[in-house]
Write a protein that binds this ligand. Structure first.
Ligand code: ZN
Length: 485
């Protein structure tokens, strides 16, 4: 097992420690950005800091490498700041002190920020070193990656000469990332009409909860139940037993999270209530059986709600709303043609809110193939039209698509082979990387992404494996040494 002592003599670890000492939550990057400006000035390197505080530093090729195509090295400077409930750490002022634990570097009850201090520390070590052979380097270190890649969005890439780019923001050693998903946020807005609830009925809350939820890209293929879909199914099944006026449905989730909790107001005759509660328990059994392995906490209940007059959805509204929930694309929609069992297209129905005269369904569509994303969006538009719904697309970013031919991928593969004796696994991410936004600025850029093994990023348990931290450095150095020409 590797220890911190194994990092002695590696310049990248000195820089990692310096970076950890500077508070750098997304949106609070002035300190770290200015540190990078000073770093470049002290070494006489050309440096540009833009309005978004992104940094571009250029370094000439080492002797004998001037004929190589320029290479962009890319990382982000901001970090996610999470801590345990008992932790007093102040992310605006306190430094993070890395410490060793079972072969990993971790922090004391906070995120470590290895995502992406690791990438930055490698880049600084390359820029600092006089001996490592490398092609012309353009270091691009961005801000606000963790909150919608805002820094990269704002970056002007017109002065970048690089024809290839290594992104150092991946988190699994042994994998060479070659593609990431694009994303499209979609609102399906369905017109809603209400009628008064009849006086002989009272409200009951139907609620599905206890589901696992998860990341709408990474966890979408784990057979997790969608709370909105199960809620709609329960309403459909209960409606087969009795006339069932339904008030508002609600799921206040986020479009990029699989919804784990949803509820609806049902208006029942008192004489019917007992029967419907029993029926709900029976449906709970059915759902629990379907998701025995992936959703052990699943719970569907029907309980009396506070009394009061109210409105229920018109029959046509309810039918349209259920149709939308059942038939809008949701879950896994396709796999990669290049990589076995790797996701290519998915859609997550993440939230449902009643907003006056509209029911708003929020979807997050992802694909590693742009044309497939366009296809699904178009189908949603056709379907929305038949229901009289408006389809709004507030934002969208493209996929970084797999390239059949990539000289840079071959260079990295060769380096990995030399170091380990085996080929790295070509992988793709069904989430977003800044490479996706780079494709808008430089469509022909040849890119790969790799990084050391980081566990539980974005949590107070975040840690980076020490051995992997060293191995990945060696991979980067060996890749730079290899000539493309
Ligand atoms: Zn990151």
């Amino acid at each position: 097992m590797s220890t911190l002592a194994d990092l002695t003599g590696f310049r990248f670890y000195d820089f990692f420690q310096q970076i950890c000492a500077i508070p750098r939550e997304s949106g609070n990057e002035k300190g770290i950005s200015d540190y990078l400006v000073r770093f470049a000035a002290e070494r006489g390197l050309v440096c540009r800091q833009d309005k978004a505080l992104n940094i571009v530093i250029k370094k000439n090729a080492s002797p004998g490498y001037a004929g190589e195509p320029p290479l962009i090295l890319q990382a982000h400077m901001d970090m996610v700041c999470e801590k345990t409930a008992d932790c007093k750490h102040d992310f605006l002022h306190d430094p993070i002190s890395p410490r060793e634990e079972d072969g990993y570097i971790t922090a004391d009850r906070t995120t470590l920020g290895a995502d992406n201090a690791v990438g930055m520390s490698y880049i600084l070590a390359i820029l600092d070193d006089a001996k490592i052979p490398h092609p012309p380097i353009e270091a691009v270190i961005t801000t606000n990656e963790e909150v919608g890649m805002k820094g990269m969005s704002a970056l002007d890439a017109s002065d970048l000469e690089g024809t290839r780019m290594i992104n150092l923001d991946a988190d699994e050693e042994g994998k060479l990332f070659t593609s990431c998903a694009g994303g499209t946020r979609i609102f399906v807005e369905l017109p809603v009409t209400y009628v008064p609830a009849s006086a002989d009925r009272s409200p009951y809350t139907l609620r599905i909860q206890g589901l696992a939820g998860g990341h709408s890209g990474i966890d979408i293929n784990r057979n997790r139940a969608n709370a909105i879909v199960l809620l709609a199914r329960a309403i459909d099944l209960l409606g087969k037993k009795t006339e069932l006026p339904v008030g508002d449905l609600f799921c206040g989730g986020k479009m990029n999270v699989i919804p784990h909790d949803a509820s609806a107001l049902l208006w029942l005759k008192e004489a019917d209530a007992e029967k419907m509660i029993l029926e709900t328990a029976r449906i709970n059994e059915i759902f629990s059986a379907e998701y025995r392995m992936s959703e052990p906490g699943l719970s569907l209940t029907l309980q009396k709600s506070s009394p009061g007059g109210g409105q229920v959805l018109s029959i046509q509204t309810l039918r349209h709303l259920l149709a939308a929930i059942f038939l809008l694309p949701n879950g896994v929609l396709g796999f990669s043609q290049y990589m076995k069992d790797v996701l290519d297209v998915s859609c997550n129905l993440g939230a449902l809110e009643m907003k006056g005269e509209r029911a708003v369904l929020s979807l997050f569509l992802r694909s590693n193939t742009n044309s497939k994303m366009d296809d699904i969006l178009s189908r949603i538009q056709y379907f929305g039209e038949t229901l009289g719904a408006a389809i709004n697309v507030p934002s969208s970013y493209p996929a970084w698509e797999f390239r059949k031919d990539s000289a840079l991928r071959e260079l990295c593969t060769k380096a990995y082979l030399k170091l380990t004796g085996k080929a790295p696994e070509a992988a793709s991410i069904h989430g977003g990387l800044e490479c996706a936004l780079m494709t808008l600025k430089k469509p022909d850029l040849d890119m790969v992404s790799f990084g050391p093994t980081i566990l539980e990023a974005h949590t107070s348990n975040e840690r980076v494996e020490i051995a992997s931290f060293i191995n990945t450095w060696n991979l980067l150095v060996t890749t730079l040494e290899n000539k493309e020409k």
